[in-house]
Design a protein around this ligand. Structure first.
Ligand SMILES: [Cu+2]
Length: 151
């Protein structure tokens, strides 16, 4: 009889423990939702207005220098080093140096002596890559890239 009572007491305490455990878990489960709703609402709204800075437009204006149709010879160099044009474009070289240069295609498509202050023009009718140089100063090299005019 004594042992039966002890067992009943143990069972009751076990029940209380289980109920308590369930309540604790339920409480634990519900706390994060209330905690999460209160905190993050304030911070992210203020900052993004300052960020959009569309300044790089100035850099975009530089590349057209190589898509024009003129090459400057100055300080023993062709500028731009690489010029891309469409077939049918007349390219003009201007010698701004105080010495004579030449504009000589590596493949022989054109070759012209360009004295100081003079210009030379050549019309590119066929698509292709035309590397050229100065026959007097062989370190002076550059390229004209001719794209087909029909895309
Ligand atoms: Cu030269």
């Amino acid at each position: 009889m004594q042992q039966y009572f002890a067992t009943r007491v143990a069972q009751t305490w076990f029940c209380v423990f289980i109920i308590g455990l369930v309540f604790t878990l339920a409480a634990c489960g519900s706390t994060p939702s209330t905690a999460s709703t209160s905190t993050p609402t304030v911070a992210p709204t203020a900052t993004p207005t300052a960020t959009p800075t569309p300044t790089p437009t100035a850099a975009a204006t530089t590349p057209p220098a190589s898509s024009g149709n003129s090459v400057t010879i100055a300080n023993f160099a062709f500028s731009p080093q690489s010029l891309t044009v469409k077939a049918g474009t007349k390219v003009t070289w201007t010698n701004n140096d105080s010495v004579t240069h030449t504009v000589t295609a590596d493949g022989g498509a054109f070759s012209q002596v360009v004295p100081s202050g003079s210009t030379f023009s050549f019309t590119f009718t066929k698509a292709g890559t035309y590397s050229y140089h100065c026959a007097i100063h062989r370190s002076m090299t550059a390229t004209i890239i001719v794209k087909s005019s029909t895309p």
